[in-house]
Ligand binder design. Structure first.
Ligand SMILES: NC(=O)C1=CN([C@@H]2O[C@H](COP(=O)(O)OP(=O)(O)OC[C@H]3O[C@@H](n4cnc5c(N)ncnc54)[C@H](OP(=O)(O)O)[C@@H]3O)[C@@H](O)[C@H]2O)C=CC1
Ligand SMILES: O=C(O)C(=O)[C@@H](O)[C@H](O)C(=O)CO
Length: 270
């Protein structure tokens, strides 16, 4: 599996399986089993997805060396406050049946993020996490964390796909060498019939989903597409045996239209 070097020196797989909306039973367990079979070595979950138990079970069942699997989870908003973040991480570790996660993210930039970040820094020192990062943090939020902490975030996970590039958040992340992970990289499967994707896919003998994910990867963005279907998990995994020409990259860039499929980090209420 191809990896991207983070600002802390760790190599993060450039492809992972997202499990939001995969149920906390056979659905997530099978999806992870098929993902490992297809060569994925990176799973993206969160406390709020309510499936950390299934993720932990699937990883145990796979019997892969723990160091071969990159596991990301996230601190949900009600735990992003002084005195709660460490306990929330420990609860996630227990559900995931592991001593550490490779990456923990503050899920949304709610009040309390600076104190929560300092708790994550302590967890990093104690070896409970190998990297600490952010999710849905925009320019000002990133600067607040940089000012409050001693550790520069390794990753910022944001909504990113051909219809939404979030250039300002990416520029603010780049300034600190913070890697970007795309959530909803497939636009939740809703616009893969876009004619440009079909036209490009045909020329490379690939599918629209592979073209969209490849465009992300060629922009140095890590992808975590979600699927609970084996054929799609296999399809989404085949990204590293072709390269889009610059003209195709630019044509896809031109689809940007500021369209979100999830909440807006500048203005959310949960
Ligand atoms: N940090 C954050 O705030 C957020 C993080 N995330 C993370 O990002 C991950 C991915 O984002 P998500 O919102 O799930 O959306 P995606 O863009 O990954 O799209 C997933 C949807 O597309 C379908 N799909 C998957 N592969 C294909 C394919 N090859 N062809 C056609 N349809 C396909 C899936 O259906 P099916 O399963 O039926 O195959 C599902 O309905 C999440 O699972 C989660 O881990 C997501 C949202 C917010
Ligand atoms: O899926 C995520 O990671 C999110 O942060 C949100 O989409 C969250 O799960 C949600 O549903 C908020 O209404």
């Amino acid at each position: 599996m191809k990896t991207q070097r983070l600002n802390n020196g760790l190599e993060m797989p450039r492809l992972g399986l997202g499990v939001w909306q995969s149920n906390n039973g056979q659905e997530a367990i099978y999806a992870i089993h098929w993902a490992f079979e297809a060569g994925y070595r990176h799973i993206d979950t969160a406390r709020i997805y309510k499936n950390e138990e299934a993720v932990g079970k699937a990883i145990k069942q796979a019997e892969l060396p723990r160091q071969d699997v990159w596991l990301t989870t996230k601190i949900w908003n009600d735990d992003i406050r002084e005195g709660r973040t460490t306990a929330a991480l420990e609860e996630s570790l227990r559900r995931l049946q592991t001593d550490y996660v490779d990456l923990i993210l503050l899920h949304w930039p709610v009040d309390g993020k600076a104190a929560a970040w300092q708790e994550l820094e302590r967890a990093l020192e104690q070896g409970k996490v190998r990297s600490i990062g952010l999710s849905n943090f925009m320019e000002a939020d990133i600067e607040e964390i940089i000012a409050a902490g001693n550790v520069v975030p390794a990753v910022n996970q944001i909504e990113y796909h051909p219809y939404l590039v979030q250039a300002e958040a990416i520029a603010a992340s780049d300034e600190h060498d913070i890697a970007i992970t795309a959530w909803s990289p497939l636009m939740q499967g809703k616009f893969l019939q876009e004619p440009l994707f079909a036209e490009i896919a045909k020329r490379y003998n690939k599918t629209p989903a592979q073209v969209v994910l490849r465009w992300c990867v060629q922009n140095d963005v890590i992808v975590i597409p979600k699927s609970v279907h084996q054929s799609r998990i296999n399809e989404n995994g085949q990204l590293f045996d072709f390269e889009l020409q610059e003209s195709d990259m630019v044509a896809i860039d031109q689809l940007e239209r500021g369209q979100r499929f999830g909440p807006d980090p500048h203005n959310f209420d949960f």
